[in-house]
Write a protein of this length. Structure first.
Ligand SMILES: Cc1cc2nc3c(=O)[nH]c(=O)nc-3n(C[C@H](O)[C@H](O)[C@H](O)COP(=O)(O)OP(=O)(O)OC[C@H]3O[C@@H](n4cnc5c(N)ncnc54)[C@H](O)[C@@H]3O)c2cc1C
Ligand code: FES
Ligand code: FES
Lengths: 790, 478
């Protein structure tokens, strides 16, 4: 069996030896030009004059690219064409690349870029979601998804609360910055090497910018040094710029962003503002929810509409809310255009509802975990159906939740305890400590798997078997560290019953598999795995006829392909070697290459009604986190994390565990320390790892346990597995909620508002507020000022 | 200088001697490695912050012996590695993987693999120091794995650490030398000097008044990596004998300006608790192996972490100049934002810290950043309180970083404390004054209000942690 094994990453040995080649590690073609950008110094301004002449005086400068050099359309917008590539009249965010200088060396290009003079007339920028709301500056039309009648239900609710949740964006901080090389062949064709999660889209955009057909452009992605959504659409402008330079000069050209340029120029996770009215019963059951979600779309639309929709479809998380209306808007700001990032809006929607649940619980003086559990989707029919009309069916929530609560894990203090016992111990600790408080929280995740846009849910593969029995495997997905190639090799080896070392996995290339979808939405192995399996089965059935002849059997039925042999199940002694069958097939003039294809069945989405079955299935997980917060400084320490996650029948538990751990830590970074700071002029102040802090090993607790849900095979998915890329990210909400619990322990608040990220400063102010409230314990609590409407 | 000016120098990379002629001595080692086809070493930031560029260099440890030390190649100008030995990721395995590589493969320590060469090099260096722990990779960022698999890899190696008597790197360390020779290099219209005597430094500074001094290069490296500074003449202090001494007597400790912080950490552990604590939170281990105490003071950053500690301990600076030497209190050294009392042609020779005769001394340092590990301070603080037998305060030092244009003491509050009892009332009494002691700025790291609150809260935290604690006996280690 290849599938289900803890196999190391197929490139692991190359990774540790430094021999794994990334885009910018390839042998430099002779005459390669390097490109360097000229950045806009204003968040919004009219360009009055561009003077590039001085750049040409710099030795080594070959050419300067301006809008006039674009042979096709000067636009890289993906959903709508609203993303000017080389600015003509206006700049829309601070740091926008206006002009690119091509030089014999990066140094020459950089010095040339310093010489370019652009004059501007500044305009008033919009720099926050709230300012955009005031100015009614929005992209796209408003979106609504609705179930029941929340307005009426709010009127009749036992309790009502209003509130607001604000959260920051997040830089992807993939370790490899954006890189593209374009090599012209002199006959009007372009070979693009790009660190891109979406080679097909890069191909389309490069062709559009050059004004040529897609078949003139080949885009190849070797592997990426991290993507996380940040190379889904964001690779396109840089590949396009390199292509324009290649077109103009006839020479190969390269863009490799330096870190600060990458952080300034590329889109990030959307910051969000959520405003809500919630109605609930004295038991903490939510009866009605009315929410507005505002996403910081930045200056252009990019992928904001599907990101917003996913946020709207995850604002329920795991909770049955009989009356729910969610409205979404994409604010248009003079900031970088935000984009896909692991979770794709899901995390933002979930942070809002988890905030609400905690508040409901504290308002009623009930334990948050109890209130969460009471509100779970359950049963069948209505109570197990989302606000967009999709029933959960194989609802694994209760099972995972109870497993997580029952886990008896050893804590940093050496005590082995389950959730309830730990809660008691923490309460005791908090009693005994005035200046340090601990908090524990358990939070669930339900994440819908499939691209919201039905048409993207298709994939292709191409398998080439050579007469010596060696095999090349191609599929439409890209490798960014998530282990997709490894899993695809396992699937292919499993299906063909051959050993893994027969294979070479090929770089993802648009001349092998056309019209692919982005490797995104956690769908990489679900979609490509089925396509690979399909291609392998085609080869298999052709080989079967040959094998049957070789073994002088009557029919190809009941043949087994295993361990590089082919035999009949009922008579295993009579067998032939896979390699011999291949050789014979070639002699018999049987085709040894095949394509594979897959489309996800039974999914649909009606945009006009906001209803449908957009997801093929749901992934589930539960996390328990424990923190300690310092009352003098607001600093916190994550003490312990325990996770139960549903990876189905994991294709590769080693890889899936890595996805869970990595996703969780990335989510914790987003929620606690990764703070994007823009100043009042819209300049990004956190454009380097010295100012933008992602977690280090020091922030990751020793006590970190991941349990994969057992007996969890998922029907209809490749070998019973489940998507794993994104869902674990949201398990980190447990850290935020544990911090909130610890803050609450400094008093007895009915509400602990927290902006995100919960940095030490944010935490300390929250503690101060809690303390101030508990000093005046006699003042009315939120409970007294609730709107009793009955 | 005794050596003649040369237009070339050599570096040993993965055992092979490479001769470099007419190169820019300020080209970063990372740039050179990648340009020369050694693409295993990656650039993740060019900032010293991500560790993707980590290589190992043979350098002298605090025990005086040669060690492999992890080093950020993006911060190191080529001149600084002249005549030295480097191991890159390409050189770690020959016929089979190195134990740290094997462990990284089997535990799933690499996902996208881009950070991996850097982790491998940090683990490689720690392997030969028998120091495979979290700290050895705290300067390496990984965005994919969440570090858990990497931690498991390190643990796996520790559990199965093989006998390395026939390991070629281990053997090499037994025979090689980490002594630094004198270098006088001129190429690409730039000069790079590495003298071994203080006298030569002073002469060179006279000869080249605009020369840039470089010690560990962990501050300067940023300027070079991002081309913000063109250094025509560089004088490396790394090999200067007089700047590399570390003396620990009954009355004082004297630390040479060019002593790497890791040596300070290892040699002086237990002498000054606040120094121990601050060094623990100072940057990441691989920065501390390069960074020096002279550089931390010389760079005169208001958020430098050691000045508050040194101010609280009443440290003095010894300065040398061709016209004569002088000694000044550190508190007189910082003049304004990034301005010091250092005169043209003057060099910091050492930092001298007196040992207190007090028998009841409390001291500690605190550093608050957005991220606990390897972050720049929002506020750093160091406190010293000496008590008499009745718990009355005899002597007080409250020094801070991040709250003013220079590292600074809260002198008015120190005076308020003298003669008071070391108790809760006293703390509450001075807290309002402390909160208003400085007018810090709001910046990307934190707001002015947060900083002011920390100034007061950290002192109270110090009291809570040390108020009731048993009084420590002053450690007298000479
Ligand atoms: C990733 C990273 C993290 C960091 N974290 C921290 C941190 O947590 N806390 C902190 O305080 N700093 C930090 N720093 C800054 C830096 O590491 C320290 O300031 C370090 O002590 C500088 O020492 P150096 O020897 O590397 O100085 P260099 O870079 O060599 O020199 C710095 C400056 O001092 C001058 N100089 C050096 N020696 C002398 C001398 N003997 N006489 C006169 N002038 C001299 C140089 O000319 C130069 O201007 C960090 C840097 C990086 C890259
Ligand atoms: S490249 Fe990031 S530390 Fe050197
Ligand atoms: S494996 Fe991708 S950054 Fe570490």
């Amino acid at each position: 069996m290849s599938v289900g094994k803890r196999k190391s990453h197929e490139s692991a040995e190359a990774h540790v030896s430094g021999t794994a080649i990334y885009t910018d590690d390839q042998r430099l073609p002779s005459g390669m030009l390097s490109l360097f950008p000229v950045l806009a110094p204003h968040a919004k301004a009219r360009i009055t004059k561009i003077d590039v002449s001085a750049a040409y005086e710099v030795e080594g400068v070959v050419t300067v690219l301006t809008a006039d050099d674009v042979p096709g359309e000067n636009n890289t917008g993906v959903i709508v064409h609203d993303e000017i590539l080389l600015a003509t009249d206006e700049v829309s965010y601070w740091g926008q690349a206006v002009i690119w200088v091509a030089g014999e060396t990066e140094e020459a290009a950089r010095l040339g870029a310093e010489k370019v003079i652009v004059t501007y007339e500044t305009l008033d920028p919009i720099l926050s979601i709230k300012d955009a709301i005031v100015a009614q500056s929005f992209h796209h039309s408003p979106q609504v998804v609705r179930r029941g009648d929340p307005q009426t239900a709010l009127q009749s609710a036992d309790f009502c609360l209003d509130g607001e949740v604000e959260m920051n964006g997040q830089d992807h901080f993939y370790l490899e910055t954006q890189t593209s090389w374009v090599i012209p062949d002199g006959e009007g064709h372009y070979q693009v090497y790009s660190s891109t999660q979406h080679p097909t889209e890069t191909q389309i955009i490069v062709a559009r910018v050059l004004g040529i057909a897609s078949n003139q452009v080949v885009v190849t992605c070797l592997r990426m040094g991290g993507g996380f959504g940040g190379k889904e659409s964001q690779a396109n402008p840089f590949a396009s710029v390199a292509a324009i330079a290649a077109h103009k000069t006839g020479r190969p050209a390269r863009v490799k962003l330096r870190r600060h340029h990458d952080m300034i120029l590329t889109g990030k996770r959307h910051g969000y503002l959520g405003q809500y009215h919630v109605g609930f019963t004295a038991d903490g059951l939510i009866t009605a929810l009315d929410v507005d979600l505002y996403a910081d779309g930045g200056w252009s639309l990019d992928l904001s509409p599907p990101v917003l929709l996913r946020a709207m479809l995850h604002v329920d998380n795991t909770y049955y809310i009989p009356h729910l209306e969610v409205r979404g808007r994409i604010a248009k700001l003079n900031r970088v255009s935000n984009t896909a990032f692991r979770g794709f809006g899901g995390p933002q929607g979930m942070v809002v509802i988890e905030d609400i649940l905690d508040r409901v619980a504290r308002t009623l003086n009930l334990p948050p975990d109890v209130v969460r559990e009471r509100n779970f989707y359950h049963g069948t029919g209505e109570t197990n159906t989302t606000h967009y009309g999709q029933e959960l069916y194989d609802n694994r929530l209760a099972r995972i939740w109870h497993e997580a609560k029952a886990l008896r894990s050893s804590s940093p203090s050496g005590v082995v305890a389950n959730f309830a016992e730990r809660q008691v111990a923490i309460a005791q600790f908090n009693q005994a400590n005035l200046h340090k408080k601990r908090g524990i929280a358990i939070t669930p995740v339900k994440f819908g798997i499939s691209f919201n846009k039905t048409q993207y849910n298709q994939a292709g593969a191409l398998i080439l078997v050579y007469a010596d029995g060696s095999i090349q495997l191609n599929h439409g997905g890209t490798e960014m560290g998530q282990g997709l190639h490894t899993k695809m090799l396992q699937v292919a080896a499993q299906t063909l019953g051959v050993s893994l070392d027969r294979f070479r996995i090929m770089p993802t290339s648009t001349d092998k598999v056309p019209n692919t979808s982005a490797t995104a939405a956690s769908s990489g192995s679900d979609l490509n795995g089925q396509a690979v399996k399909n291609a392998c089965e085609t080869i298999q059935s052709r080989l079967a006829t040959v094998a049957v002849r070789m073994m002088t059997l009557d029919t190809p039925e009941d043949l087994v392909f295993a361990n590089d042999w082919i035999y009949c199940r009922s008579y295993p002694q009579n067998r032939v070697l896979f390699a011999d069958v291949v050789k014979q097939a070639y002699s018999d003039r049987i085709s040894l290459s095949a394509t594979g294809y897959y489309r996800t069945p039974n999914i649909y989405w009606d945009e006009t009604t906001g209803k449908g079955r957009p997801f093929y299935y749901f992934a589930y997980g539960v996390a328990v986190s424990e923190v300690e917060v310092d009352g003098f400084t607001g600093t916190f320490k994550l003490r312990q994390v325990d996770i139960v996650h549903d990876a189905g029948a994991s294709l590769n538990p080693l890889i899936d565990q890595g996805q869970i751990e990595g996703g969780f830590v990335q989510g914790m970074g987003w929620l606690t320390m990764e703070e994007l700071v823009w100043d009042t002029q819209g300049r990004l102040r956190t454009d380097a790892p010295s100012t933008y802090k992602i977690p280090t090993i020091g922030e990751v607790p020793e006590h970190f346990q991941v349990h994969l849900l057992e007996r969890a095979a998922q029907d209809g998915v490749i070998y019973g597995s489940k998507a794993i890329g994104e869902p674990p990210f949201m398990l980190a909400i447990s850290v935020r909620e544990a911090i909130r619990a610890a803050i609450a322990a400094f008093g007895q608040p009915s509400h602990v508002p927290l902006t995100s990220p919960a940095t030490p400063e944010v935490i300390l102010w929250a503690i101060e507020q809690v303390r101030a409230e508990s000093f005046s314990l006699n003042t009315p609590t939120d409970l007294d000022v609730l709107v009793p409407s009955k | 200088m005794t050596s003649a000016l040369q237009n070339h120098f050599t570096i040993v990379i993965n055992g092979a001697t490479v001769r470099l002629k007419d190169v820019s001595p300020t080209m970063t080692l990372l740039h050179y490695l990648r340009q020369s086809g050694r693409i295993g070493t990656k650039e993740g930031c060019g900032d010293g912050d991500c560790g993707a560029c980590t290589v190992a260099i043979v350098a002298q440890g605090s025990d005086g012996k040669p060690h492999y030390q992890a080093m950020n190649s993006c911060l190191i100008p080529l001149g600084a590695v002249a005549g030295r030995e480097i191991v890159t990721v390409e050189g770690v395995s020959r016929d089979r993987l190195h134990p740290v590589q094997t462990a990284m493969v089997t535990t799933g320590g690499s996902q996208c693999g881009y950070c991996t060469p850097g982790f491998v090099m940090s683990l490689f260096a720690a392997y030969y120091d028998r120091a495979l722990n979290d700290a050895c990779v705290e300067g390496n960022l990984c965005r994919c794995t969440g570090y858990l698999a990497i931690r498991r890899a390190a643990q796996e190696v520790v559990e199965n650490q093989p006998d390395d008597s026939d390991d070629r790197f281990h053997q090499h360390l037994q025979t090689t030398s980490a002594d630094l020779s004198e270098i006088s290099y001129n190429g690409n219209d730039q000069w790079f000097y590495r003298p071994t005597r203080l006298q030569d430094v002073l002469t060179l500074m006279e000869q080249y008044p605009d020369a840039t001094l470089i010690a560990g290069g962990t501050d300067l490296g940023l300027e070079i990596s991002y081309h913000r500074q063109h250094c025509e003449v560089m004088i490396s202090l790394e090999a200067v004998t007089e700047l590399k001494t570390l003396e620990n007597t009954l009355e004082f400790v004297e630390i040479g300006a060019a002593v790497p912080l890791i040596h300070v950490e290892e040699t002086l552990r237990g002498v000054f608790p606040s120094l121990d604590e601050m060094l623990h939170w100072f940057a990441a281990r691989q920065i501390r192996t390069r960074a020096t105490i002279g550089g931390n003071i010389g760079t005169a950053s208001p958020i430098g972490d050691l000045p508050p500690v040194l101010l609280s301990l009443d440290a003095e600076l010894k300065l040398a100049h061709s016209m004569g030497d002088r000694t000044i209190p550190l508190s007189d050294f910082f003049k304004g934002y990034r301005q010091t009392d250092l005169q043209p042609g003057e060099v910091i020779v050492s930092v001298k810290i007196p040992k207190s005769a007090s028998t009841r001394r409390l001291s500690q340092a605190y550093k608050i950043g957005k991220r606990g590990t390897d972050d720049i301070s929002i506020v750093a603080a160091a406190f010293v309180i000496d008590l008499d037998e009745d718990d009355r305060i005899l002597h007080a030092r409250l020094a801070y970083g991040g709250v003013a244009a220079i590292p600074i003491r809260a002198i008015a509050v120190e005076q308020m404390l003298i003669g008071k009892f070391w108790n809760h009332e006293t703390i509450q009494h001075v807290k309002p004054a402390l909160k208003q002691a400085f007018t810090p700025l709001t910046d990307l790291r934190g707001s002015a209000d947060y900083r002011s609150l920390l100034v007061a809260n950290l002192f109270e935290k110090f009291f809570v942690e040390f108020g009731e604690a048993p009084i420590q006996a002053l450690e007298v280690t000479a």
